[in-house]
Design a protein around this ligand. Structure first.
Ligand code: HEC
Length: 144
């Protein structure tokens, strides 16, 4: 399944997210899989399940799916550094819920609001908890 299909699926709110990437000779292919259930209480578990495929285990943007994307995944360990030394918690929470507005409004970054909602019985308080715990996890991996 190619990237365009994945993006359309996210836009239409299906329960799919990136999981793995296979490399066959010259062709890189990103596989999509149903979004996995995770604990809303664990930012690190959510990060590993939902983010590491693209952003890498340590957030540096070097996950296995990264090279198949048109836009390189951001280095999430530099969020504080890139924001003048202050971790931009509110901004990141907003981007997770509503999406990152990339160049020309089409980023390879999934919009997590609807995806988190789909694994939270559409309970908005749970979605908020997921967002906040992922944001806290990101804060914990900032470069010193
Ligand atoms: C399918 C690959 C993919 C997955 C999965 C993914 N991201 Fe991203 N992410 C990207 C790409 C690509 C960008 C860069 C978008 C751009 O600049 O247009 C990005 C950008 C971001 C940004 C913006 C950084 C900044 O400097 O403003 C944040 C924050 C972020 N991702 C967090 C996450 C989190 C948290 C998760 C897991 C819940 C996640 N991403 C999952 C691909 C992904």
């Amino acid at each position: 399944m190619n990237l365009q299909c994945f993006r359309n699926n996210v836009i239409f709110g299906s329960l799919l997210t990136f999981a793995a990437v296979g490399s066959f000779a010259q062709t890189k292919e990103v596989k999509k899989e149903p979004i996995q259930m995770t604990s809303a209480a664990s930012g690190s578990e959510m990060y590993k399940s939902y983010c590491a495929a693209c952003h890498g285990k340590t957030g540096k943007g070097d996950g296995p799916a990264a090279s198949a994307l048109k836009t390189p995944p951001s280095d999430l360990s530099l969020l504080t550094k890139n924001n003048g030394g202050k971790f931009p918690a509110d901004h990141i929470a907003y981007e997770l819920r509503a999406g990152v507005a990339g160049a020309h409004g089409s980023a390879d970054m999934p919009v997590w609001g609807p995806l988190f909602s789909s694994v939270s019985n559409r309970d908005d308080a749970m979605v908020q908890m997921r967002v906040m715990n992922v944001v806290h996890y990101l804060e914990s991996i900032q470069a010193k």
